[in-house]
Design a binder for this molecule. Structure first.
Ligand SMILES: Nc1ncnc2c1ncn2[C@@H]1O[C@H](COP(=O)(O)OP(=O)(O)OP(=O)(O)O)[C@@H](O)[C@H]1O
Length: 608
């Protein structure tokens, strides 16, 4: 594994730099000097060896250095700072009480607050130490913010905006921060500025004492990260962890196979149905769309084919969003449709995008903050990420695809690309390292879907797609919101008394007014060509064949074997043949369907 310890932006740093060898031997947590209590806590979670970023960051942080750590999505950056942070706090357990939390962990969204809070709490609980952590967000009433900070807790997990609020209502005092703050962590730093927190951070920085250790964690490098680094850190160590060679490996984990399908905007429903219904992608599946309405349109559409999915967007109440994430992580449903982009062409809260450039920027930040409900979220065991619509920038693509292939897991992504989206797709391909000169293809054409398979579904899809009208979408969106507001109240009460419990409030109730017709729930075998049947069978078997999704990174040959068993790597659908049915007129197709139905009665065999 190649890595760089880049201190080039750090001319004043006179500290001797640790020597990094080209092929550093893999270390254990014990060798990194981690407290046995933390090691036991990790073992209970099934974590036995540090990831590369943890190997490098933990010792530096334990030595008290300011660190900028840049590593791929899902590479374990959270533990890379939490473990040494907790270890340092363990050693200060008996020191004099402070007037404000000794550590601030700042993240861009409430979902991330919840996620980091849950991680810290479970580590503290497993270690059985007397440390207190709170999570505070700006949406909380002032009385809750004050109550949360009373004590004070040892660790505060929050957003930069909430720190500003706490300062403005005197729940936090500048003097206390100067006296007590020992750690400031900016997690998901590449998102903090674009989410509109620059002013909040600028307001905090003058109160951060010089001796405070500052850590900045990020998945991508950007001008924003540079800006933050200059704003907050003093002589930091800059840790950048790409893997061998190619550009794409620096951003997307090597264990994620990226694919794309070229199709018209109109045909996207057809293609996604083919992928899901013909079982050509492995579960769990996270599907990204760009607007809330599109999320509901897709959900209503697949529902008619008996596919249950759940929608996640920033319009839903906070409790519901957290609960949806918990249920998805717990494996209660397989398909999550997430909106992570602002509605660029729609009006948002009465403000329109025809505003001036400055207010456009403000709006964009606001949209990001409101819609970025999935950025940085640790979705468990997502195998496939589908871009039903392409993100608006390369960073969006990196963050979306980064929801699979986390830690040592494998995964795949499929992007449905229409001609309108070709420009951003080309930009993404170039950033990933695609090179037209040497024919390198980091985002390869999806190999498992034949033209025949797609066309055999067209007739059914077009009928159903027509039935998902704008009114149906609007009603479904309102209905879901009503359901979730009701759920949210129940959840609030429930979470208060059972903070760790999962109850069975369902998010995947049928939204459509019409029940799904029985004949659309399964794809009759006669609609599947032999190639597709084979592909679908292999994809189904592959999950089982791969066994636990964790690759043994210490065993390269094992990882290679697994790759060779990956159907996406080994299977290739034959070139498109002209579909028998696609050439038929609608009337003929209906006749054909009836004839086949009769035959089917004698010999029913479905692919689910
Ligand atoms: N040493 C490890 N071994 C195995 N799994 C790990 C290890 N460290 C962390 N993980 C798991 O890997 C997953 C991803 O970790 P984490 O969320 O910290 O990634 P990240 O680098 O912050 O990603 P992102 O940039 O997308 O936020 C989590 O489920 C975490 O529990």
């Amino acid at each position: 594994m190649a890595k760089t310890l880049d201190t080039s932006n750090n001319p004043n740093n006179d500290e001797p730099q640790p020597e990094l060898e080209e092929e550093e031997e893999e270390k254990t947590f014990e060798e990194l000097g981690l407290d046995p209590r933390l090691i036991r806590a990790l073992t209970k979670k099934g974590i036995s060896a540090p990831t590369p970023i943890q190997t490098y960051a933990i010792p530096l942080i334990m030595e008290g250095k300011d660190v900028v750590a840049r590593a791929k999505t899902g590479s374990g950056k959270t533990y890379a700072y939490l473990l040494p942070l907790l270890q340092k706090l363990f050693s200060e357990l008996d020191s004099a009480r402070k007037n404000c939390p000794g550590a601030f962990v700042l993240v861009p969204t409430r979902e991330l607050c919840q996620q980091v809070y849950a991680e810290v709490s479970s580590l503290i609980e497993a270690c059985r130490v007397q440390l207190k952590v709170v999570q505070l967000t700006s949406s909380m009433p002032a009385s809750d913010l004050r109550a949360g900070l009373a004590g004070p807790p040892d660790i505060l997990v929050s957003t930069p905006a909430c720190i500003s609020t706490c300062l403005s209502i005197d729940a936090l005092q500048a003097k206390s921060i100067q006296d007590s703050l020992s750690f400031l962590v900016l997690d998901e730093a590449d998102l903090l500025l674009s989410y509109g927190y620059e002013d909040d951070l600028k307001a905090l920085v003058p109160h951060v004492p010089r001796r405070c250790q500052c850590l900045l964690m990020s998945a991508t490098s950007s001008a924003d990260v540079e800006k933050l680094k200059k704003l907050v850190l003093h002589n930091p160590f800059i840790l950048t962890l790409p893997e061998v060679g190619k550009a794409k490996d620096e951003i997307i984990p090597q264990t994620v196979q990226q694919y794309w399908i070229s199709c018209t905007t109109h045909d996207k429903l057809l293609y996604i149905l083919a992928l899901l219904k013909l079982a050509l992608v492995q579960k769990k599946v996270l599907i990204f769309v760009n607007t809330i309405d599109m999320g509901y349109r897709l959900r209503l559409f697949v529902e008619q084919f008996g596919i249950k999915s759940v929608v996640l967007n920033a319009e839903l109440p906070q409790n519901s969003r957290l609960h949806i994430l918990e249920e998805f992580n717990a494996g209660l449903f397989d398909y999550l449709i997430a909106t992570d982009e602002g509605q660029t062409k729609e009006q948002v809260n009465g403000e329109s995008y025809t505003a001036s450039t400055k207010s456009k920027k403000r709006l964009r930040q606001k949209l990001n903050a409101e819609f970025g409900v999935v950025r940085g979220i640790d979705f468990k065991n997502v195998y496939t990420v589908i871009n039903f619509e392409m993100p608006q920038d390369v960073a969006g693509y990196v963050h979306r695809i980064g929801r699979t292939g986390r830690a040592f897991n494998t995964g795949a992504s499929v992007s449905l690309v229409s001609s309108d989206e070709m420009e951003i797709f080309e930009e993404i391909k170039i950033t990933m390292g695609d090179d037209s000169q040497d024919d390198s293809n980091f985002i390869a054409p999806f190999p498992l879907l034949t033209k025949n398979a797609v066309e055999s579904l067209r007739y059914r899809v077009e009928d159903v797609a027509r039935s998902v009208t704008k009114i149906a979408v609007r009603e479904a969106r309102a209905q879901d919101l009503r359901n979730e507001i009701l759920n949210s109240e129940k959840l609030k009460a429930h979470f208060e008394s059972n903070p760790r419990d999962l109850d069975l409030l369902k998010h995947d109730k049928v939204l459509s007014k019409k029940p799904a017709p029985a004949h659309l729930k399964a794809v009759p075998e006669y609609l599947m060509d032999a190639t597709t049947k084979e592909a679908s069978k292999i994809v189904k078997l592959a999950r089982a064949a791969m066994g636990s999704n964790r690759s043994n990174r210490r065993n390269g040959s094992k990882a290679r074997n697994r790759k060779s068993r990956d159907p996406l790597k080994t299977f290739s659908a034959e070139g498109p043949k002209k579909s028998q049915k696609s050439g038929m007129r609608r009337k003929d197709r209906e006749k054909d369907d009836i004839g086949r139905k009769k035959q089917r009665k004698k010999n029913i065999s479905y692919v689910d």
